[in-house]
Design a protein around this ligand. Structure first.
Ligand code: PMP
Length: 409
C-alpha cells in the first residue's frame, strides 16, 4: 500500500508502470499543489508589496499566508524569521555570505562533516579560503554517521560555524541534531547551521526544538514546486546580518549615497518573489499534514525495511549506511562487478528510476572508498511493489552482466 494514492499525482497516474525511486532528488507533485498554483495565477496574480490596488493586496496576502502556513508546519513560532529562497542551496549560501563574510576572520574555524551535500560543503570551503579560516571536516563512523567524538575534538573557542545535515541525501543517515547542538553550545559560541533538505519532507521537524540557529530546506523535495524553499533563522542573528542580495523590496529608504534595510523577512528577499511557488509549497505542507508526518515517517520505514530485506537477499549487493532505526527512506548500494551507471541504465530500461553517481557528495564517496553508488529513495507514493521491482531489476542486471557477452568496464 502507498500512503498517498498514486491517482493524486498526475505524473504517476499518467505513467502507471513507472517505478519512481528518486524522491531524494525531487518528489512528484500532487494535483492539490498544481491546482493551487494554477488558481493563484488565474485569480490572484500581481506583483506583491508594490501595488495599491486590490489584486496586488491579494497576491501579497497569498504570499504571507503561505509563509505563515509553512512556518507552522516547521515549528517556527515567528514566521518573519522564515525567509523564502530558491531552496537549500541558496539558503546555505545566504548564511555563508551574509553571516560568514561579516563574522569569520583569519584563523577562525569552520566545522563541517564528511557527510555533506556539496551545497553544505562548498560555501563553507570557499568562505574559509576567502577569509584564511580553517575548514575542519568531521570524520564519519564506519556506518556513515557523524563521529561525535571527532566532532568534540574539532570544536574550540575559535570555531565560528558548525554546519551539518539533518539527514544525509546519499546514505539516509539521520543525525542527532539536538545532541550535536548541545555539544556545540557547551564548547563554543559558534553558529549552528542545519541542512534540512532531507528531513523536512520525511518526518516531523520543529525548528524551535532543534537547538540550531539556521535551518535550510527545499520545497521540491516535499511535494512542492521547484524554485522555492527557505531559510529559518534565529531573529537576533537575522536582524544583525546585512543583506544577501540588494534591490527592490528589501530596502527601507534609498538615498544617493546609502540605503537602509527593510524589516524581516523582506531584508533577505530582494526582487519579485516566487509567490506561486510559495502558494504551491503551502499546499504541499497542507497535503503532508493531511497525511500526518508521523505516518509519513512510519510508511517510509516500512518501505525501507522491505528494501533492505530484499536487497540483502541478493548476493553481491552491498547496502551502505546505518541501520533502519537511524535511517530515513534512502538506500544506497553497490553491486559487485556492475558500475552504478550501468545498473541505473538497465533499471531504467525496466521503468525503474534510481540515481547513480556521487549524489553531490564527492567528499563522502572518497571516505566510503567508492566512486559512486546507486541510490533508491522513497516517499509517500512508494509501494512495497516498487521495492520488489527494484530487487528484480537488480537481479536481471546481474544476470545480464554475468553473461560472457556482457560489456565490462
Ligand atoms: N542538501 C541536501 C542534503 C540535499 O539532498 C540537497 C538536494 N539534493 C541539497 C542540499 C540541495 O538542495 P537544492 O538543490 O534543492 O538547493
Amino acid at each position: 500500500m502507498t500512503l498517498a494514492p498514486r491517482s493524486e499525482f498526475p505524473l504517476l497516474a499518467g505513467n502507471p508502470d513507472l517505478c519512481y525511486l528518486d524522491s531524494a532528488a525531487t518528489s512528484q507533485k500532487p494535483r492539490a499543489v498544481l491546482d493551487a498554483m494554477r488558481a493563484y495565477y488565474e485569480h490572484d496574480n500581481a506583483n506583491p508589496h508594490r501595488g495599491a490596488y486590490e489584486l496586488s493586496v491579494r497576491a501579497t496576502d497569498r504570499y504571507q499566508e503561505s509563509r505563515d502556513r509553512i512556518a507552522r508546519f516547521l515549528g517556527v513560532p515567528d514566521s518573519a524569521t522564515l525567509i523564502f529562497t530558491r531552496g537549500t542551496t541558496e539558503s546555505l549560501n545566504l548564511v555563508a555570505a551574509a553571516w560568514g563574510r561579516a563574522n569569520v576572520r583569519a584563523g577562525d574555524g569552520i566545522v563541517i562533516t564528511g557527510l555533506e551535500h556539496h551545497a553544505n560543503f562548498v560555501p563553507w570551503q570557499q568562505l574559509a579560503l576567502e577569509k584564511g579560516a580553517t575548514l575542519r571536516i568531521c570524520d564519519l563512523t564506519p556506518t556513515g554517521e557523524i563521529d561525535l567524538d571527532c566532532l568534540t575534538g574539532l570544536l574550540d573557542a575559535r570555531t565560528r560555524i558548525v554546519a551539518f545535515n539533518h539527514v544525509s541525501n546519499a546514505l539516509g543517515s539521520i543525525n542527532p541534531v539536538r545532541e550535536i547542538a548541545t555539544l556545540v553550545r557547551e564548547r563554543c559560541g559558534a553558529i549552528i547551521v542545519c541542512d534540512g533538505a532531507q528531513s523536512a519532507p520525511h518526518f516531523p521537524v520543529r525548528f524551535d526544538a532543534l537547538g540550531v540557529d539556521f535551518y535550510a530546506f527545499s520545497g521540491h523535495k516535499m511535494l512542492g514546486p521547484m524554485g522555492i524553499g527557505g531559510l529559518v533563522g534565529r531573529r537576533s542573528l537575522l536582524e544583525r546580518m546585512g543583506p544577501y542580495q540588494t534591490g527592490g523590496d528589501m530596502i527601507e529608504s534609498v538615498l544617493d549615497d546609502r540605503t537602509t534595510w527593510n524589516v524581516l523577512p523582506h531584508k533577505f528577499e530582494a526582487g519579485t518573489p516566487n509567490v506561486a511557488g510559495a502558494v504551491g509549497l503551502a499546499a504541499a505542507v497542507d497535503y503532508l499534514d493531511g497525511l500526518g508526518m508521523d505516518r509519513v515517517a512510519e510508511h517510509e520505514r516500512l518501505i525501507l525495511e522491505a528494501a533492505i530485506g530484499s536487497l540483502g537477499e541478493l548476493e553481491g549487493v552491498h547496502v551502505l549506511g546505518p541501520p533502519v532505526s537511524r535511517r530515513s527512506g534512502v538506500v544506497s548500494f553497490v553491486v559487485d562487478e556492475i558500475h552504478p551507471h550501468d545498473l541505473a541504465t538497465v533499471l531504467d530500461q525496466q521503468g525503474v528510476c534510481v540515481r547513480a553517481g556521487h549524489h553531490c557528495a564527492q567528499p563522502l564517496m572518497r571516505r566510503l572508498g567508492v566512486p559512486a553508488t546507486t541510490r533508491a529513495s522513497f516517499y509517500v507514493y512508494t509501494d512495497v511493489s516498487d521495492v520488489v521491482r527494484l530487487a528484480e531489476g537488480i537481479a536481471r542486471a546481474q544476470a545480464m552482466f554475468a553473461s560472457p557477452s556482457a560489456p565490462r568496464r
